[in-house]
Design a protein around this ligand. Sequence first.
Ligand code: NAD
Ligand code: TYD
Length: 338
Amino acid sequence: MEIILVTGGMGFIGSNFIRYIVENDKDFRIINVDKLTYAGNPENLKDMMKGDHLQFYKVDICDYNAISTIIKKEKVEYIVNFAAESHVDRSIENPDIFIQTNVIGTQTLLNAAKKSEIKKFLQISTDEVYGSLGFEDPPFTETSNLAPNSPYSASKAAADLLVRSYYKTFNLPINITRCSNNYGPYQFPEKLIPLMINNALNDKELPVYGKGINIRDWIHVYDHSSAILKVLLEGKIGEIYNIGGNSESTNIDLVKRLLKILKKPENLIKFVKDRPGHDLRYAIDFNKIRNELNWEPKVNLEQGLEETINWYKNNQEWMNNVIDKEYLTYYEKHYKNR
Ligand code: NAD
Ligand code: TYD
């Protein structure tokens, strides 16, 4: 049995990753460490908690003593670090917590990992560390320059460089994955797709930043999870792997697609003030993971969006529970001046 410490496992991608490995391979024991911020929701794994294959600790990744104790006590072999502040808009409004969790938190984990005999430390990073592309530029490769434009992406780039340095200096066995925009079940409704689905289901305005011409590459969280497990078990030590969904779309086209599937009118769309420093385009060249690890995304965007919409339609109680007072205050303040 392999013993994996997952950080941030109560969040969107972390919980989907845990679900993916529990459903696909029973021979893992998963230790889930999460601080339970506004984005961490124990409901996301409620149906998974039976049996001893999954253990949860409410712990901050910045707490060195707690993390070291868990690694020792649970005889952890692999660490997958999802824990992060993950929303660009929040990083513009309050960068400090992004530096604390994403940079100091990652370094704390690295220090704890260095003191133990782990097989691998996998850092879950993002394509946003590469900055922004023009419409005609070729997609980012693993050797593209790091040129982050938001406090969020800058904190993730800083963490990537720390992870790299612990490999070069201390021989810590590491990988870094850099993935494009995820969508799927259990995503907090501050991010584009669940926000738009939820607003449309409730006949509320859909706030599209600027002219809606910014492009993102979309990947289903199921495909991201399968790529992470591949890299964890088969990735060459020290390497970075880009993960992409092969599905570029402008925001406006994506929002119109959602409205069409939902059978809601386009006049719900409201163009609002643009995000400061808004990256124009992300696109990912994932030939490395395709050729070296034989991985490809399987979910096509149309089918993935339909399934995702159905999931949110069938889980409105989940949505109502995560939209708490803190979130409503944030949302109101955030959109007031747009
Ligand atoms: P999320 O915001 O949904 O979840 C983050 C989780 O981390 C939450 O459960 C939260 O409680 C936990 N957390 C936050 N601070 C913590 C701390 N100090 N200690 C312990 N736990 C803490 O984020 P997500 O969308 O699931 O993203 C997960 C990871 O994947 C992040 O590192 C993010 O940078 C990366 N990523 C996300 C995307 C995307 O599209 N969402 C794309 C590429 C990479
Ligand atoms: P988001 O889901 O926040 O992810 P990221 O900024 O990390 O790519 O946003 C995706 C795109 O959608 C981005 O170009 C900003 C845009 N967007 C809107 O137009 N309206 C919104 O309300 C949100 C949250 C995002």
